[in-house]
Design a protein around this ligand. Structure first.
Ligand code: SAM
Ligand code: SF4
Length: 379
């Protein structure tokens, strides 16, 4: 029986959106969380009748938005519905994203009780001025307290999200944040370079010049500092933005990067199954309405061509430490990659950009800054 990863989108956040964020999340709909949870449960039942019989579940991810703004008891209702409608593998990884200001002891206990075994805390930075400058709703003290509470309550697998390339951020800010995460022995760090998203408050502030971002070179320096510090502490990079202690790599994300199948629930959820991408509506009311009418809220379907799947597989694999497994790749897509791309592979390996180890083609540690050009040559 094939395995499947499940994603649940929880589109609620506190008070006001962070200045840089363009994810689908609403700050004025928290009075509709019950309605939304009921719709999710119905969507789970609709999907369970088909995919629930066909697959075993290898990982579940509650992302957002901010899943930790759900009220006490709501995660329990969702998890019960999942367990009633899908078969979870005994070692399934179950992650929930949480923000420092909405983490409470009772919620954390509830998560553990219903089987959540991985917590992802959005810390971003431990500099209060920086947090305020990007519109975060918490202080560094709250972030530290959330982390220590999670450990005290018994979470053994904790990720922290942090960001680099933030307005006014310095190398010393980055160093302090990473040093703290290492001291606290977090198992996993996702370090994202700020993307200036169109339509966000931050983009407007940068456009009118009230805020200045670090240069690209400065952001690369921040990234290299994160890489250096974490890797010395045994938290190794296994994807461009992701670092983990051995055996704490995120299975859910690894499934994405291997172009495995995943099914998403909730508003704006994007799925990939049977070589086909499909997406739920990102309109909150339309989502609820569609579920109410017993119709899946799908608004787009795109079957990937052979070439698209082939290119996607190369692109995703080269972003990871594992690299591209050539035997698997040839079995999946036919041909002989080493022979077919002989000229390009020689060109890149002569310059030290890639290497071939244990049958896998990997991008060299110091060549990630030209990753896109390497991918372009190989697809
Ligand atoms: C969608 S958020 C959800 C998690 C949670 N609400 C939070 O804020 O931590 C997941 C992560 O994406 C990252 N992120 C969001 N917007 C980003 C942007 N414009 N550029 C880079 N990273 C971003 C942040 O690090 C955030 O923790
Ligand atoms: S970054 Fe997280 S908390 Fe901030 S608006 Fe986006 S989803 Fe909400």
């Amino acid at each position: 029986m094939n395995t499947l990863a499940l994603y649940f989108h929880i589109p609620f956040c506190n008070e006001r959106k962070c200045d840089y964020c363009s994810f689908i999340s609403f700050c004025n709909k928290n009075d509709r969380m019950d309605e939304y949870v009921d719709a999710l449960i119905k969507e789970i039942k609709m999907r369970g009748a088909k995919e629930g019989k066909e697959y075993k579940i290898s990982s579940i991810f509650f992302g957002g938005g901010t899943p930790s703004v759900l009220s006490d008891g709501q995660m329990t209702k969702i998890m019960i519905a999942i367990k009633q409608n899908f078969r979870l593998l005994p070692n399934a990884e179950i992650t929930i994203e949480a923000n420092p200001e909405s983490i409470t002891e009772s919620k954390l206990r509830e998560y553990l009780l219903v089987g959540v075994n991985r917590l992802s805390i959005g810390v971003q930075s431990l500099n209060d001025k920086l947090l305020a400058a990007i519109g975060r709703r918490h202080t560094s003290k709250q972030a530290k307290e959330a982390l220590s509470l999670a450990k005290k309550i018994g979470f053994k697998n904790i990720n922290v999200d942090m960001m680099i390339g933030l307005p006014e951020q310095t190398l010393s800010d980055v160093k302090k944040t990473v040093k703290y995460l290492i001291k606290e022995r977090v198992n996993h760090v996702s370090a994202y370079s700020l993307i200036l998203e169109p339509g966000t408050v931050l983009q407007e502030k940068v456009r009118v010049g009230v805020i200045k971002l670090p240069s690209e070179d400065e952001t690369v320096e921040m990234y290299n500092l994160v890489l250096d510090m974490l890797s010395h502490a045994g938290i190794k990079r296994y994807e461009v933005s992701n670092f983990a202690m051995l055996d704490y790599e995120c299975k859910h994300n690894q499934n994405y990067w291997r172009l495995g199948e995943y099914l998403a629930f909730g508003v704006g959820g994007h799925s990939y199954m049977k070589d086909t991408r499909f997406a739920n509506t990102d309109d909150f009311d339309k989502y609820l309405q569609s579920i109410e009418n017993n119709t899946l809220p799908i608004v787009s379907v795109e079957k990937l061509s052979f070439n698209e799947r082939r290119e996607e597989t190369i692109m995703l694999a080269l972003r990871t430490r594992e690299g591209l497994n050539l035997e698997e790749f040839d079995n999946r897509f036919g041909g002989h990659f080493l022979r077919d791309k002989k000229k390009e592979i020689e060109f890149l390996s002569n310059r030290g950009f890639i290497s071939l180890r244990n049958g896998c083609l990997k991008v060299s540690e110091n060549a990630y800054y030209v990753l896109n050009s390497i991918i372009l040559k190989l697809v």
